[in-house]
Ligand binder design. Sequence first.
Ligand SMILES: [Zn+2]
Length: 357
Amino acid sequence: MSFDSFIGNSRALASVREMVASGRVPGSLLFSGTDGVGKKTLARMLAKALVCERSAGDFCDACPRCRKAEEMFTTAEEDLARRREIKDAARRVEGLVYFDFQILEPLTRFILTEQIRQLRHVAYTRPFEFPRRMFIIDDAQTVHWQAADLLLKVLEEPPDSTSFILICSNPYELRPTIRSRCLQIVFQPVAESAMLGLLPKQEGLNKTQMVLGARVASGSVAKARSFDLAAYEQRRKPWLEFLGVVARSAPTSADRADWRPLFDSAKALAESRDDFEATLDIGYSLLRDLLHVLLQGPESDVTNVDILPRLRVWAAGLGLRGIELLKSGLDQAYRLQIRNVNQQLGLEALGLEVSAR
Ligand SMILES: [Zn+2]
């Protein structure tokens, strides 16, 4: 492994390489941009390059220091995972130990005050095994508001031998005072052509299905690498049945039998309760596609390219009004999901409303 193995975002990569080569790494960096494009990966690469014994201006992943760095990051992530399993949220921060290279992530919905307190405590002490410390703060927008001032103080008076890399998808969710303390490196979604090469090998994946995979990943290297066509189709199927019913004009009688497919698909959609957000994402992507098709936008903007003919029929059947109704229905499902309400009734009602428009 070396910087050459990093995929996409060549400008961000060039900036990082330049910092390493010149030996001038800012005390505070902010890596921003859409999820899954490699912000944390590049942060870890940068950290290793700062201590690698073999590759000047790069890292080798094989020397004792590179291996030690990798071990620190892995141990930190395992520790975070273990703490998140602890039922009593207040106890998740007990006995925090930070290595010279450390990753901070939310332990509840937030990165907790105690995590930042510990960071501040450690940051001003001498590094233990390496010449310097590196703190990677992932999902930096989740730093608890009570801890934001504390973090800001550290960023304002950076310890000599410590660097901070804040990571977040939307930099505007950070306080302006924190944002302005950091040198920002913006990551872009990875281009479709590069994504195609990342898809895992799957039996008999045709060209259209590969494009589907690349677009579902929407610029995220991580999503492209884990794309599973069968799983995606399985999750999308009830939506297609749902749309198939609601996009047709309403039956003349209100005979319940006519609505059976709608109720069945609503049930199937609601059953994916554990991962209802992922299910909703597919619903939204289908609605965006329908809108694109209806407004005759470029085909390159359509995610679900493998069902284009059906999308055309449904878009015509639903019209702008129908798509809008479905969109507001999904927004409501999203809000209810947060409040843990039964989804099936909501989706049935939505289907009936759209069909009867
Ligand atoms: Zn090395």
